[in-house]
Design a protein around this ligand. Structure first.
Ligand SMILES: *[C@@H]1O[C@H](CO)[C@@H](O)[C@H](O)[C@H]1NC(C)=O
Ligand SMILES: *[C@@H]1O[C@H](CO)[C@@H](O)[C@H](O)[C@H]1NC(C)=O
Ligand SMILES: *[C@@H]1O[C@H](CO)[C@@H](O)[C@H](O)[C@H]1NC(C)=O
Ligand SMILES: *[C@@H]1O[C@H](CO)[C@@H](O)[C@H](O)[C@H]1NC(C)=O
Ligand SMILES: *[C@@H]1O[C@H](CO)[C@@H](O)[C@H](O)[C@H]1NC(C)=O
Ligand SMILES: *[C@@H]1O[C@H](CO)[C@@H](O)[C@H](O)[C@H]1NC(C)=O
Ligand SMILES: *[C@@H]1O[C@H](CO)[C@@H](O)[C@H](O)[C@H]1NC(C)=O
Ligand SMILES: *[C@@H]1O[C@H](CO)[C@@H](O)[C@H](O)[C@H]1NC(C)=O
Ligand SMILES: *[C@@H]1O[C@H](CO)[C@@H](O)[C@H](O)[C@H]1NC(C)=O
Length: 753
């Protein structure tokens, strides 16, 4: 045996036998190995390299090829079979040596390569926008592949309808790009680049590339500045065929509630514009060919307006005085002051007669100017009670009484008080205020009498006398008592009072410190007429929110008195809280929650409901383990769910008084994937071009289409749902068997096989 190194690629052993008789002849190749591309995903997991030679005596073939090192190799006659080929081991150049007694010949070299064509990236493809009459290029960007040789076709909207190429449409077989010259309306739609590798008989197609054909719309309106209170109109012109529909929106909020549309939507009227209407407005024009939009800002400014301004006034000599002028507006107004036409400081400490005069303040921004005019008169006079004598005052026993003393005087007088002839001074019960008023706390009958106020300044003095009479104090005679009712029932809160018969009495009810508006809440509250000194409150159709502390205040013009009681309302439980989903499997989840308010009746059981992505609007009762969830339990397992489905859950508590509100729904959870239990059905096929076959089948309710060449490929749902369907076909006799995997394109996971 000789060892031959053949082309430096593979080690071959060639055995030469001694020469035979004259009728024999040396080997002549009848079949030689050919270059082979092995598809990486080939269902037939072997490569066969053929080699056959005519020879007499019959040839033997080199079968010693690394056999010991690699058990993937085997021989069938002269053919080399590589089973379960491995890329980094079996790629290379192969040749065959045929040998008999007359000698040996070596075949041509044939390569073994691995072929592949990856799927297109699952990222969304950017849409291409083009106007009528322009040209468009849609980029194919084929995925990684080997060998380089690919063929390209494009699909529009539906699978597997390929675009017929014509004068306007051209597909580069080098780049795969689709060129459309002079786009027209019929060109808009979803395009997908369909790439086939003939060497490995595999095809893949891209995500849809939408070709948008905007209406020939010209939408525009300028930035606008409006004044508060004005009516403004924004105009949006949209030319287009078909006539576009115009829609308005405010990008930073809701359109003002007062807006009106005119001119078939081309005009947006904003009436009585307010500051909050400022913002960015967008007009969108849309027709069947596309849409266009434009945004512009609306700023709102305002004419100056007085918040506070000077008025004509009299002020006592020597007193302090600050004139105030405050104006609002946008931009913020600039305020100026004038006295007798010249600018002046408007703060006075110790007014003099010279400060008298005409004053003006002026507020101005670029929208306008406003004036406020006032006369200041500085006066001096002795106190006089002529227009405002001290009055006769009534006070209820134990209440607080204030007797006012308000003479006209300038400068401000000093005050003193006497009761009869007795001079009064500050004590624990009595105060003489800065403004002259006399306050007496906890008055008794002994405080009745005549009270005189003395006022004095540097111009003179005066006095005035009034009287104080004491009435009976108001008392609660029938106080409300604590009560306990069930939702829907009525409750009665009693309240009656005794009071001085010369005074009017009113009853005021409050709940937890908030006064009850009996008129507004008349559905639930009613005062039962039961005599003028009775304030009984009837609470009808009591709800949970009506529970709390009820206070009855009996009030006369002179005093008031309060009594209160607690109302407990029993009802169905409140919503459970803190709902969490854990332990997610393909058919079950575990829920945990915490109980809500029991509303004074123990929770007897919980119900669990779910909704899934198939029925977003309907909550259905879930099957749980344990089947009945007792009121003292705060966890349960939901069973009988579907795999790979999004669910939301909620929990509802029940007590003897009824079923409460549901908890807020849980976060959406996805059950784990599982092998489908239903095999595809209604499989049929036909059509297609040469080397192509369209297969359709049904899984559940969705029908799928599959077009394949004789090895593998992919397909899509007829409804263009985001599903990628991969399959491997195996030729068995005259049948193609398909193993079909459904793969949502958004996720890199197999939903089922
Ligand atoms: C293109 O696809 C989008 C979403 O995939 C769909 O909303 C639209 O209707 C499709 N357009 C056409 C013309 O099929
Ligand atoms: C604004 O429009 C309303 C309703 O059309 C109208 O009543 C009002 O007088 C207008 N106001 C101004 C300032 O034009
Ligand atoms: C001036 O008079 C108006 C209304 O008469 C009042 O609202 C305002 O507060 C007055 N301003 C001053 C500084 O007293
Ligand atoms: C201006 O103000 C003074 C007081 O400062 C006053 O006496 C006088 O009458 C006012 N009028 C004119 C026209 O100067
Ligand atoms: C009485 O007390 C009040 C409050 O403490 C005080 O403002 C007032 O000046 C006092 N009056 C006299 C006359 O002392
Ligand atoms: C006034 O009466 C209230 C109770 O009614 C009491 O708390 C307070 O101490 C009394 N004040 C005086 C000064 O007697
Ligand atoms: C109170 O004022 C009157 C005049 O209105 C006067 O006759 C009387 O003397 C004054 N009383 C005292 C105590 O000053
Ligand atoms: C009216 O009030 C009295 C007590 O003041 C009470 O006894 C009576 O039941 C009340 N009547 C009605 C109809 O509420
Ligand atoms: C009841 O009287 C007190 C003083 O005794 C007073 O502060 C309170 O405002 C009065 N309540 C009502 C409702 O008038």
């Amino acid at each position: 045996c000789h060892v031959v190194i053949c082309c430096g690629i593979k080690l071959l052993l060639v055995c030469l036998l001694p020469a035979g008789d004259a009728t024999g002849y040396g080997p002549v190749f009848e079949e030689q190995p050919v270059d082979t591309i092995y598809p990486e995903e080939s269902p037939e997991a072997k490569i066969t390299m053929n080699c056959r030679a005519r020879a007499n005596p019959p040839a033997t073939y080199n079968r010693d090829i690394d056999m010991d090192a690699d058990d993937h190799y085997s021989f069938v006659g002269g053919n080399l079979v590589i089973s379960n080929p491995v890329k980094n081991k079996h790629v290379g150049m192969y040749s065959c040596v045929a040998t008999n007694d007359y000698g040996a010949i070596i075949s041509r070299e044939a390569s073994v390569q691995f072929g592949y064509l990856d799927f297109f990236s699952s990222e969304e493809r950017q849409s291409v926008r083009v106007k009528e009459g322009q040209g468009a290029v849609l980029l194919c960007a084929p995925p990684p592949h080997y060998p380089g040789m690919l063929s390209f076709r494009w699909m529009l909207n539906e699978f597997p309808i390929f675009i017929q190429l014509d004068k306007r449409r051209f597909v580069s077989q080098t780049t795969g790009n689709l060129y459309i010259s002079k786009v027209d309306a019929s060109d808009s739609g979803n395009y997908s680049c369909f790439v086939s590798s003939p060497s490995i008989s595999k095809s893949v197609f891209s995500k849809f590339i939408p070709l948008k054909y905007p209406a020939d719309l010209k939408v525009t309106f300028p930035d606008t500045t409006a004044l508060v209170g004005q009516n403004i109109t924004l105009e949006c012109f949209a030319l287009g065929n078909p006539i576009p529909v115009i829609r308005w929106r405010k990008l930073d909020g809701q359109l003002p509630s007062t807006h009106e549309l005119g001119m078939s939507g081309a005009h947006l009227h904003l009436n009585n514009v307010q500051f909050e209407d400022a913002g960015t407005y967008q007009c969108e024009a849309m027709n069947s060919k596309g849409k266009d939009y434009h945004s512009a800002r609306v700023s709102v400014e305002a004419y100056p307006e007085w918040v506070d301004h000077i008025n004509s006034t009299e002020k006592a000599i020597d007193s302090d005085y600050t004139m105030s002028c405050v104006a609002s507006g946008k931009p913020k107004p600039y305020v100026r002051w004038l006295k007798n036409g010249t600018v002046k400081e408007m703060k006075f400490t110790g007014l003099t007669f010279e400060d008298s005069g005409m004053y003006q303040c002026i507020a101005e921004n670029h929208h306008g100017v406003i004036y406020a005019n006032a006369e200041l008169r500085v006066i001096a006079c002795a106190p006089t009670f002529e227009h405002n004598p001290v009055k006769r005052v009534l006070g209820a026993k134990n209440s607080r009484v204030v007797i006012k003393c308000q003479p006209k005087a300038a400068p401000k007088p000093s005050f003193s008080w006497s009761k009869g002839t007795e001079l009064l001074s500050n004590s624990t019960r009595m105060f003489i205020w800065e403004d002259g008023s006399l306050e007496i706390l906890n008055v008794t009958l002994a405080d009745e009498g005549r009270y005189t106020c003395f006022a004095k300044n540097d111009r003179g003095k005066a006095n005035s006398t009034g009287s104080l009479s004491i009435t009976e104090a108001t008392k609660i005679t029938l106080a409300p008592s604590n009560a306990d009712v069930t939702v829907g029932e009525s409750a009665r809160m009693q309240c009656a009072a005794s009071h001085d018969s010369s005074l009017d009495i009113t009853f005021i009810w409050s709940l937890d410190g908030h006064v009850i508006d009996l008129h507004k809440d008349r559905q639930h509250y009613e005062r039962t007429p039961n005599g003028s000194s009775n304030g009984e409150l009837l609470i009808k159709n009591t709800q949970l929110k009506h529970a709390g502390r009820y206070s009855c205040t009996a009030q006369t013009p002179l005093d008031n008195v309060t009594a209160s009681a607690q109302l407990v309302v029993r009802g169905p439980p409140g919503p459970p809280g803190g709902l969490r989903v854990t332990d997610i499997t393909d058919k079950s989840v575990r829920l945990q929650w915490s109980c809500g308010a029991d509303n004074h009746s123990p929770i007897s059981k919980y119900t669990i409901q779910y909704r899934d992505s198939f029925s977003k609007d309907v909550w259905k009762d879930a099957t749980t383990s344990p089947e009945v969830i007792e009121g003292n339990v705060e966890t349960a397992t939901v069973v009988d769910l579907f795999p790979w489905t999004e669910y939301e859950f909620r929990v509802i508590a029940t007590n003897t008084l009824g079923t409460g509100d549901p908890s807020t729904p849980s976060a959406e959870v996805l059950t784990l994937e599982a092998v489908p239990v239903v095999a595809p059905s209604d499989i049929s096929g036909g059509g297609g071009t040469s080397r192509e076959l369209t297969i359709t089948w049904t899984v559940g309710l969705a029908t799928f289409h599959l077009s394949c060449s004789d090895g593998g490929g992919n397909a899509m749902n007829s409804a263009n749902q985001k599903l990628l369907i991969q399959y491997k076909g195996t030729l068995k006799g005259d049948m193609l068997l398909f193993h079909i995997s459904l793969i949502p394109q958004s996720q890199d996971k197999i939903k089922g096989i």
